[in-house]
Design a protein around this ligand. Structure first.
Ligand SMILES: [Zn+2]
Length: 144
């Protein structure tokens, strides 16, 4: 099989003890971000202790799903199997509105790659990969 074989399935995230609440929320169509009860910072990717204050008892909090493009790149020839059918597609560094520099790596979807720009308003949407994993992605926020 080659990288250009569209029948090859994409790699699927495997939740672990720390990331499980993120994926459980996503599976319900909710974006939940790890949050420190001690210093009130959001944390992503999920960590065992707060990177700011080392507080160990971290929870998850539902966020708005509103975001903007921090930066992005267009992928035209991914060597990882399973992505050929999507090319070209946009990988974004997505900054959530809840906190400066609170960023996720996700695809920007439902828009032509050449129309994606830095600062563009986005909202979360979910791409279902299987019964347990729905991948948070972002699409243009038309403000409705
Ligand atoms: Zn903290």
């Amino acid at each position: 099989m080659s990288a250009g074989d569209a029948s090859v399935t994409k790699p699927v995230p495997v939740p672990d003890e720390v990331t499980a609440p993120f994926w459980e929320a996503a599976n319900r169509g909710v974006l939940a971000i790890q949050h420190c009860r001690a210093c009130e910072r959001y944390i992503h990717p999920p960590a065992a202790v707060c990177p700011e204050c080392q507080y160990p008892d971290l929870g998850f909090r539902e966020v708005s799903g509103r975001a903007r493009v921090y930066t992005h790149t267009v992928v035209r020839d991914n060597v990882t199997q399973g992505f050929a059918a999507d090319e070209p597609y946009v990988i974004g560094i997505i900054e959530l509105v809840e906190q400066e520099r609170l960023v996720l790596v996700a695809n920007v979807v439902n828009v032509a790659p050449e129309d994606v720009s830095i600062g563009m308003p986005l909202r979360v949407t979910f791409e279902r990969l299987n019964d347990e994993i729905a991948l948070p992605q972002f699409e243009p926020d038309e403000g409705d």
